[in-house]
Design a protein around this ligand. Structure first.
Ligand SMILES: Nc1ncnc2c1ncn2[C@@H]1O[C@H](COP(=O)(O)OP(=O)(O)O[C@H]2O[C@H](CO)[C@@H](O)[C@H](O)[C@H]2O)[C@@H](O)[C@H]1O
Length: 467
């Protein structure tokens, strides 16, 4: 079974968020169970591409409206990853330091057209094409409707929604850039008078998946304008919970953390990582350490953190570390708290993969007060590292964390509010005081299996059922 994933991000090549983690792991685990799964993504100018060598395997021109733009398909020299990655190299559009820029309409249009142009030339065509999020949302439409891709229109295209908040809206006048199709089908591209790639993907893909079962249900009521579409297409839609790459996220072998540990050595392992964090960020290691890692945006409930943390820190019995970047105002407010709570609070505003691993390893609790959470990977990483997740009951968080009050192992709250976050922190402090129970829980959560094994199989079963 040959599968090609098409995505804007893929770990460890280019990562902005959880999309990269999934596209960097799912193909690997699909291959472990006998598939031939690969990824095609843009060639960015970043640390990974600078550190590796590439060979050009195909050259042509991509037609974007009236322009013919040179592109190449590159492959990494040598076997660096456990699955094949093909890169679309378009120097003038895609080769930027950032994954996302101001010019994303043209960038991702050209990327998608070049990817399909190349797939068209393959002797051995894929059995399935799997597109991810709105950046590749026009793939299902083009593969099915554009005249030049007619020979691909029997290949099932599956699309996965990692986040329906962002839909890739484009003004209608971009329509001429999409390879020619029967204009009577134009409605498939539109939603509220705009070209809407995510809506087009939901309409045209053979199957639609979301990254957790609860999120699939929630989208019918809250999908940034696409609620009725998702309800209408629900017969071809299914939620499959993400897994985690248990090789990358393994406290026993993790190269980023200060001291490796397993279940039997969790206490000393976490202590060493906490000590380093507390020294580095001027925090008190004798207090329970709460952490937040993520994009500082409304979906993550991030704008409430400065207020909730300010309040929670006033009792002077916790330490807190925040790692994230996003909305400027929230960044400022989170940085501003450092002076008020010096010695018990710190924030690293920015993106730092290594630091994120050390925080999962060193923290006692991880906060996720998300407003929307399609799956959430952080809570699964924190479980693996023996860190208790504190989550709002929503989306994938609801599917993966059970409250200690319900014979579970985490702390859950219902609302995205300062009050709920503060109460949850207070419950966590009480739990931390019961050290015997708390330590037993640490060991328990480390053994919860969220590896990709089950989910990779679920995707293969889904492909097999497409007729
Ligand atoms: N400043 C920072 N420094 C270092 N690392 C950072 C960081 N900010 C975030 N990260 C890392 O980025 C990833 C975030 O993944 P999530 O799944 O929580 O969120 P995201 O909203 O990006 O993904 C979307 O897609 C994924 C995948 O389907 C869904 O799980 C999720 O619900 C959906 O919103 C984690 O690996 C986290 O450690």
């Amino acid at each position: 079974m040959k599968i090609i994933h098409i995505s804007a991000e893929c770990y460890p090549i280019a990562k902005v968020g959880g999309l990269a983690d999934v596209v960097g792991a799912l193909p690997k685990y699909q291959n472990e169970i006998g598939a031939n799964s690969s990824v095609i993504m843009p060639f960015y100018n970043n640390k990974f591409t600078q550190a590796h060598k590439f060979t050009s395997i195909y050259q042509s021109k991509v037609k974007l409206g009236n322009d013919d733009i040179d592109f190449e398909i590159l492959k990494i020299k040598g076997s660096v990853l456990e699955f094949d990655v093909y890169f679309v190299h378009i120097e003038e559009l895609l080769y930027s330091e950032n994954v996302y820029t101001e010019n994303d309409i043209n960038r991702f249009l050209a990327f998608q057209i070049a990817a399909l142009d190349w797939i068209l030339t393959l002797k051995e065509k894929p059995n399935y094409i799997h597109s991810h999020d709105h950046h590749t949302g026009l793939i299902p439409f083009m593969a099915q409707e554009s005249y030049k891709y007619e020979s691909l229109n029997k290949i099932p295209v599956i699309t996965t929604i990692h986040n329906a908040q962002y839909q890739g809206w484009m003004p209608y006048d971009n329509i001429y850039k999409i390879p020619r199709f029967n204009i009577e089908k134009v409605g498939l591209l539109l939603w509220d008078d705009m070209i809407n790639p995510l809506a087009a993907a939901i309409k045209c893909a053979w199957r639609v998946t979301t990254v957790s079962p609860s999120y699939m249900e929630e989208l019918k009521y809250n999908a940034n304008g696409l609620e009725s579409l998702l309800s209408h297409e629900s017969s071809k839609a299914i939620g499959i919970l993400n897994g985690i790459d248990s090789e990358v996220w393994n406290p026993e072998t993790d190269k980023y953390i200060l001291k490796n540990y397993r279940k039997s050595t969790v206490e000393s392992g976490k202590k060493a990582n906490k000590k380093w964090l507390c020294n580095e960020f001027n925090l008190d290691e004798s207090k329970p350490l709460f952490a937040f890692i993520g994009r500082l945006v409304g979906e993550k409930g991030a704008e409430l953190l400065p207020y909730a943390l300010d309040y929670a820190l006033s009792t002077k019995d916790i330490s807190v570390i925040v790692l994230g970047s996003g909305h400027e105002q929230t960044e400022k407010e989170l940085s501003g708290l450092v002076a008020r709570h010096s010695g018990s609070y710190n924030a690293f505003i920015g993106y730092d993969e290594k630091l994120s691993h050390i925080i999962y390893a060193g923290a006692d609790f991880l906060l996720m007060p998300s407003r929307v959470e399609p799956c959430g990977l952080n809570q699964m990483y924190s479980l693996r590292y023996g860190t208790v997740p504190i989550v709002r009951r929503i989306g994938g968080l609801k599917d993966t964390v059970i409250d200690i009050g319900d014979n579970g192992f985490g702390i859950c709250h219902n609302e995205v509010s300062v009050q709920d976050i503060v109460v949850a922190i207070s419950r966590a402090k009480d739990f931390y005081k019961k050290q015997k129970e708390f330590k037993a829980n640490r060991k328990h959560i480390m053994s919860i299996d969220h590896s990709w094994k089950v989910s990779a199989k679920a995707y293969i079963n889904l492909y097999n059922l497409i007729t």
